[in-house]
Design a protein around this ligand. Structure first.
Ligand code: SF4
Length: 290
């Protein structure tokens, strides 16, 4: 849940989730619809699906025990290098480091070397005797994450209270590396076309190739190019962020009873199905036309 999502947002979700699914077995018995309902609002819904698939595999094929080897754990859906190392360290106390942007920043500051010039795997391998000189590897994995978030922060690191300040080349160097990168956020323009009817319903389809939110029910969405909008009424213009995308949206609607075969009618007001926040916002805008 914490991937790409802030702790304060996650806490209520985590509490509700672990209350409903206290064990891997209870989670593995859940269906996709239910898990998505529990995830509703967190975004990045692929994480929920992967979690569910992984739980089913662990229960059915691994005797309900999380694999202990890097190779096996990486075969689980949604588990890449970072998650594999985090799980092996946190769950099994193995000597691993979950290497994300925060941890890379810590090491590159200690060396005062730009991260693009460091082979981190090699660095960890060469320094494993120092790094894993503890029996508390699970605490070490956690501590590195916290250290990056609270002390060696992206901006204004707290060097004055840092326990490793004497070993840090960033602090002692007169020519400090630059570790804060500013990303230029680009907005993409999309036209969203909503079929609506007099019963306050909107037609949604899973038939889209957007790359984000695919497999979810959405209205017709097209990248703004030369879309034929003649028969559509313009409703609103707004911005939306989804995953790492920023969208400029032009919303159009048309009253009709005829919809293409891949579309299904959904109630705008009384909808009980899982719909992502992206779709909820569209519902809210469209509800103003009735
Ligand atoms: S001294 Fe400052 S820059 Fe160096 S590791 Fe500590 S907090 Fe980070």
């Amino acid at each position: 849940m914490l991937q790409q999502t802030q702790v304060k947002t996650v806490i209520p979700y985590f509490n509700k989730f672990t209350k409903e699914f206290p064990t891997l077995t209870s989670l593995s018995k859940c269906n996709e619809k239910k898990i998505l309902k529990f995830w509703e609002g967190l975004g990045y819904y692929r994480r929920a699906r992967n979690l569910l698939s992984a739980a089913k595999i662990i229960v059915k094929e691994k005797n309900s025990i999380l694999p202990r080897s890097y190779e096996e754990i990486k075969k689980l859906p949604g588990v890449g290098d970072y998650t594999a190392n985090a799980l092996l360290g946190l769950v099994y106390n193995q000597p691993t480091i979950a290497l994300d942007g925060n941890v890379k920043r810590i090491f590159s500051r200690i060396l005062n070397k730009q991260d693009s010039k460091i082979n981190f795997e090699k660095f960890i391998e060469l320094n494993k005797k120092i790094l894993f000189n503890t029996k508390r590897n699970s605490d070490f994995v956690e501590a590195l994450m916290e250290f990056g978030a609270l002390i060696c922060k992206p901006k204004e690191p707290k060097c004055n209270i840092c326990n490793i300040r004497n070993a840090c080349k960033y602090l002692s160097s007169s020519k400090k590396i630059i570790t804060t990168k500013f990303k230029i956020i680009k907005y993409k323009n999309y036209d969203i076309f909503c079929y609506v009817n007099k019963n306050k319903q909107i037609a949604l389809t899973k038939d889209n190739n957007l790359g984000f939110l695919n497999k979810f029910n959405l209205p017709q969405i097209k990248e703004t190019k030369k879309n034929n909008k003649k028969s559509w009424k313009f409703l609103n213009k707004y911005q939306n962020s989804i995953s790492n995308k920023r969208l400029n949206i032009n919303l159009y609607y048309k009253f009709t009873n005829k919809i293409p075969p891949s579309f299904t009618w959904y109630s705008i007001e009384k909808n009980k199905e899982f719909v992502p926040n992206f779709t909820k916002k569209i519902f809210k805008q469209v509800s103003t036309i009735f």
